[in-house]
Design a protein around this ligand. Structure first.
Ligand code: ZN
Length: 245
């Protein structure tokens, strides 16, 4: 058992998240967001995420349909990792799911997804809609295929797209989140990783309506805050129970 734990730990270190996040940031006190720009100049930029989306100021446009490729595939070997800041879900087997269409030019390949949450259900999302916070937000990160990797993509203005989904509370349990929440009990320590016990499908954890979304040009929401992200914030929230959040 001890050897097993060590191997998982080593695996997590070797296959650290492919986005090079800053390591020395937090969300409170003197490592909180207002201090990020002291070490990461871009965090003081003009196109920083997160933002509040004021629905009255949104321009309604018609864009080509988004094509979600591989989202209903049943994917094996999905890793859940505690990277010290968040919970990452990564796919190790090729081909990775991808997206195209909407405001995007070219194909974007899946890199990882992760969550943002708060201390309680009154806040936790990064973007807000009409100043409303949601208890949690899912970010699915994709890099532009022509740049070949996330590390190259973050050098370009159109390098990444993030599909963002908000969560709302519901009395009804969402069964597709079962595997994620049970994996969490095995990664309570930073830099630990587990493989999901069942095949995983992206579509199962998403809301029904994938046609209506807000889109804008912004940044990574953590250091180094690079302004390289085409954001797609989906309007329809995903509904989970309080316990699941
Ligand atoms: Zn994020």
């Amino acid at each position: 058992m001890k050897i097993m734990v060590f191997m998982l730990f080593a695996l997590a270190l070797m296959q650290a998240p492919r986005i090079t996040y800053g390591e020395d940031f937090g969300y409170d006190g003197n490592t909180g967001p207002t201090f990020w720009s002291e070490r990461y100049r871009e965090c003081a930029g003009k196109h920083q995420s997160p933002i509040n989306i004021n629905v009255l100021h949104v321009k309604q446009v018609t864009l080509p349909d988004i094509t979600f490729i591989g989202f209903d595939d049943s994917i094996d070997n999905v890793h859940v990792t505690n990277n010290g800041h968040t919970v990452l879900i990564e796919v190790r087997n090729e081909p990775h799911p991808r997206v195209r269409g909407g405001p995007l030019e070219g194909d974007y390949v899946f890199s990882q997804m992760h969550f943002h949450w708060g201390d309680n259900d009154t806040f936790g999302s990064e973007d807000k809609i009409n100043h409303r916070s949601f208890p949690m937000e899912l970010h699915m990160v994709f890099f532009k295929e022509e740049y070949k990797s996330v590390s190259e993509a973050v050098k370009h203005q159109d390098g990444l797209t993030v599909l963002a989904f908000f969560y709302e509370l519901d009395r009804h349990f969402h069964p597709a989140y079962d595997d994620i929440t049970s994996a969490l009990t095995n990664v309570t320590e930073p830099y630990t990783s587990v493989v999901m016990s069942h095949p995983f499908s992206f579509l199962n954890i998403l809301p029904y309506d994938l046609k209506r979304y807000f889109t804008y040009r912004g940044s990574l929401t953590t250091p180094p805050c690079s302004e390289v992200v085409i954001w797609l914030d989906f309007e329809q929230p995903i509904r989970l129970t309080h316990e699941q959040v």
